[in-house]
Design a protein. Structure first.
Length: 465
């Protein structure tokens, strides 16, 4: 067994590698801006970037409670991919064509992020190896084939369906019976992206104030303990931390996701595992996992631990419960049994925003100037970029600088979502949902049935997924 000591928390492994950034000054007092952005994660930073590039004379202020990238933007699995929460629901409500346009926009977004990082000199360890999603049971294989066919129907002609042998030629996941691969995905280092974005935004002339928690957002006002920013447009870009704002406790549920990073693997182990294409790796379980091969030769792997804390509470700088670390290690060794003795260098957690109908949204209320984007349900690395470009277009349209664009007419724009139930109903609901998913995964693994567990179907129906 390895003698590696697991670092628990400390925000994330990515910050352990990069170090936390030098602090920026808090808001010095009351001030004004043309646009005030609340939240210094990917959504807020990309929005500031695209607005300032489009309209250089805009006075833009970003307010961040901790430091830029403290939340999900600095803790995620580094999946830049084309998934977006809610596409299938939009197809049912608005029709196939609008939802297909949304999917095409997400496909393009992967390239947009890669190209913009290259243009701005942001080295975020990006490698476009695509996304490989594997099936390990007959029921998972049935879902995989259905998923693959659905993606093809939404215009993803480059996607490939692979058998067990072809899957092993890419990554030798123990017991994998098939997989689906798309080129619309890339691995990246989340903190390098967040730091690079913040630097690029400041270089354009955007003002960033850190250590400045916003306690209330109302039309033309963002209120903090240090003063109030008054602006015609105030944009809420707070994702999993939205519940901390006055009046927003039931808007998006802060779902917890946890990760581990192994110690660097030897060349012999990599030769055994494969993974030479550096694909991001996921599966078709109900309580699914996600992983990447890092630039320094580790496996970073994540999944659901404690899915939700009562009262929409968030973790303490990423600290993770020991049983969650054990559960993630079990997934790691189930996928790669040869790693049974490998050391876990780091474990951490973070929250992502989940709307009641599991649909991401981007909105600008033209009557108040209030806007928001988020509810990405774990697919935010790329979706935040599309949301930011959409907010840019909505503000330019509202201010009379431009008309409607392809982005402003996508079906997720101004999508309305009902609030989550009050406590203790939402805590009970989320706990029951993931208990059902884990039980369904165990049943499917032991019974070898080719059909999805009725328990998982019932959980999907009751929770609105």
């Amino acid at each position: 067994m390895s003698s590696t000591v697991t670092v628990n928390g400390g925000i994330s492994f990515w910050y352990a590698q990069e170090g936390t950034p030098a602090p920026r000054e808090p808001l010095p007092g009351d001030t004004t801006a043309d646009v005030c952005i609340v939240g210094g994660g990917y959504t807020g930073l990309w929005t500031a970037y695209y607005l300032k590039k489009a309209v250089p004379f805009l006075n833009i202020t970003v307010l961040e409670a901790k430091f830029c990238g403290y939340g999900a933007s600095g803790r995620n699995g580094g999946w830049l991919y084309n998934g977006i929460a809610g596409r299938d629901r939009h197809a049912r409500v608005h029709g196939h064509e609008p939802a297909a346009r949304l999917q095409q926009a997400m496909n393009h977004t992967v390239t947009e992020v890669i190209d913009t990082c290259a243009a701005e000199g942001i080295d975020a360890d990006i490698h476009r190896g695509g996304v490989l999603e594997v099936a390990l049971t007959p029921a998972q294989l049935t879902r995989l084939k259905e998923f693959h066919a659905r993606e093809l129907a939404f215009g993803e002609k480059e996607r490939e369906l692979l058998g067990a042998r072809e899957t092993a030629e890419r990554i030798r996941v123990s017991g994998a019976v098939g997989s689906s691969w798309t080129p619309h995905g890339a691995r990246l280092h989340p903190v390098k992206l967040a730091k690079g974005l913040a630097a690029a935004v400041e270089a354009l002339g955007v003002t960033i104030h850190e250590s400045t928690p916003v306690t209330e957002i109302r039309p033309k006002h963002a209120v903090t303990p240090y003063g109030t920013v008054r602006a015609p447009y105030v944009l809420r870009c707070t994702e999993g931390f939205t519940a901390s704002l006055a009046g927003q406790r039931r808007t998006w549920l802060p779902m917890n996701s946890s990760m581990i990073a192994t110690e660097p693997l030897s060349e012999e182990l990599w030769d055994d595992i494969g993974w030479n294409g550096l694909e991001t790796l996921g599966d078709m379980a109900h309580a699914y996992m996600y992983a990447q091969r890092t630039a320094d030769g580790r496996i970073a792997l994540g999944g659901r631990g404690v899915p939700y804390r009562y009262g929409s509470k968030t973790d303490n700088d990423g600290r993770t419960q020991p049983q969650t670390i054990d559960a993630l290690r079990e997934i790691l060794t189930r996928f790669f049994p040869q790693l049974a003795g490998i050391g876990i260098a780091h474990a951490w957690s973070g929250v992502l925003g989940v709307p009641r109908d599991w649909c991401a949204t981007v909105t600008l209320d033209r009557s108040t100037g209030l806007g928001w984007a988020g509810g990405y349900v774990g697919s935010g690395v790329a979706t935040a970029n599309l949301a930011a470009r959409t907010l840019r277009d909505l503000i330019q349209q509202d201010s009379g600088q431009a008309g409607p664009t392809d982005l402003t007419t996508l079906p997720w724009v101004n999508h309305k979502v009902r609030k989550w139930e009050p406590e203790p109903l939402r805590w009970l609901g989320v706990q029951a949902m993931y208990a059902a998913y884990r039980t369904a995964d165990r049943q499917e693994a032991t019974t070898h049935t080719p059909t999805t567990s009725p328990l998982a179907k019932a959980a999907n129906h009751l929770t609105g997924r």
